[in-house]
Write a protein that binds this ligand. Structure first.
Ligand code: ATP
Ligand code: MG
Ligand code: MG
Length: 382
């Protein structure tokens, strides 16, 4: 049988591996961590760095096609692998997604508006920043996630200090926008250019980290959902993308849609699809990678996803305890996913809980109940 390879052994790689195995594939994971969540469950685990030539050669030797589970995989490594094997998404698309400056240029090229922003490459650029961009958020162009690498600034002095604190690396300053809510869309595009998508997801972040995703008929106005879907599809089309792509959006007070960023892989906000859609985002990843046909996924239940961060393991003090899973699992329509991480840490993504049910009232009731049992912050929605 065929073997599918993945760069990265985190939870996204693990869920990809599970899905690939369900569909009859063997798997190979490349991750320097000998103890990674995906490495544990994969047929093959290559404990090598992402730019290690021997490791890459071993991966290409084992796998018939290769994907990635995190956007910061070195693009040259993907390029290198692509000489030997089909790699999706490709190095060019990943290189754009891992650099906010190039990413915003791509969005603009596709006719999708992003937040007003300035590019800061060197100290001299600070003086040219338009006053209108303040207050704003300074984001490093590369390597940020979960709000890391971001600083809120109100004045030019704060901006200069923040840019210094970021180490003077390339950054973008984004105007702070008045958000009504946030949403994201997952699209999958095959090598033949055929594209399908999951319904738009409404996302609630806490402290820069995704906390709750809701997907149901009342989660956002229909015109916003349509616009976001069309924008995500044109962004993927413009990249000639192959694989699963997630595009995050802001919806401003007043209803204007603004694109935030994209991830060249399955996304935390798409985890609901594992239990409430006939095709999950990981199955889409397997299908695009293996060159299997894509069919439009059908959501068969309203869904609420609760992220389970390591904080839940520390309800009182520094001694971790296992959250009360049995109590939560006594509720109907609760689906628990844990990532097999050895150690709980505050802010660390340990798992998620999907709630499904006959209608959104039932789902919301169950989700509220589960949140209360776990000690998650309530309310679950804005
Ligand atoms: P991720 O883990 O999703 O990759 P990230 O570190 O790349 O996160 P962003 O998505 O850029 O960060 O921002 C994190 C959150 O901060 C957003 O989801 C939003 O809640 C808030 N935020 C970011 N930019 C703005 C903005 N220009 N105006 C208002 N809020 C913003
Ligand atoms: Mg990001
Ligand atoms: Mg984000």
């Amino acid at each position: 049988g065929a073997t599918l390879g993945v760069m990265g052994g985190g939870q996204l790689g693990r869920m990809f591996v599970h899905e690939a195995q369900r569909m009859g594939y063997a798997t190979a994971v490349l991750d320097p961590d000998p103890d990674s969540p995906a490495g544990h469950v994969s047929h093959h685990h290559i404990p090598a760095g992402y730019a290690d030539v021997d490791g890459l050669a071993r991966l290409a030797g084992l796998a018939d096609a290769i994907t990635t589970e995190f956007e910061n995989v070195p693009a040259p490594s993907l390029q290198h692998l692509a000489v030997a094997r089909p790699v999706s998404p490709g190095a060019a698309a990943v290189a754009i997604a891992q650099d906010r400056i190039r990413e915003k240029a791509h969005f603009t090229r596709c006719g999708v508006s992003c937040a007003p922003h300035a590019v800061l490459q060197e100290a001299a650029d600070l003086a040219n920043v338009d006053e209108d961009l303040l207050p704003g958020i300074l984001k490093t162009a590369r390597l940020g996630y979960d709000g890391k690498g971001q600083q809120r600034v109100r004045t030019r002095d704060e901006l200069a200090a923040a840019w210094q604190a970021a180490g003077g690396v390339a950054c973008v300053l984004e105007k702070m926008l008045p958000l009504d809510f946030e949403c994201s869309v997952i699209v999958a595009r095959g090598r033949d250019g055929l594209m399908v998508h999951l319904p738009p997801q409404r996302n609630l972040h806490r402290d820069g980290i995704l906390a709750v995703t809701e997907v149901h008929e009342y989660s956002m106005p229909a015109d916003v959902a349509e616009q976001a879907t069309a924008a995500a599809r044109s962004i993927a089309e413009g990249l000639e993308y192959v694989g699963v792509l997630c595009v995050e959006f802001f919806v401003l007070m007043g209803g204007t849609l603004v694109v935030n960023e994209m991830a060249p892989r399955p996304h935390n906000s798409g985890h609901w699809s594992m239990d409430a859609s006939d095709v999950s985002q990981f199955e889409l990843q397997v299908r695009t990678l293996a060159g299997l046909p894509l069919t439009q996924p059908r959501q068969h239940s309203p869904a609420i996803m609760l992220n389970l961060l390591g904080d839940l393991w520390f309800p009182d003090g520094d001694t971790p305890r296992e959250p009360p899973w049995a109590d939560v699992l006594a509720l109907p329509g609760v689906h628990l996913h844990l990532y097999g991480k050895a150690e709980a840490r505050r802010g660390r993504k340990m798992g998620h809980l999907n709630v499904t049910g006959a209608d959104i009232d039932a789902v919301r009731g169950t989700a509220d109940f589960a949140a209360a049992l776990l000690g998650l912050a309530i309310p679950l929605s804005e």
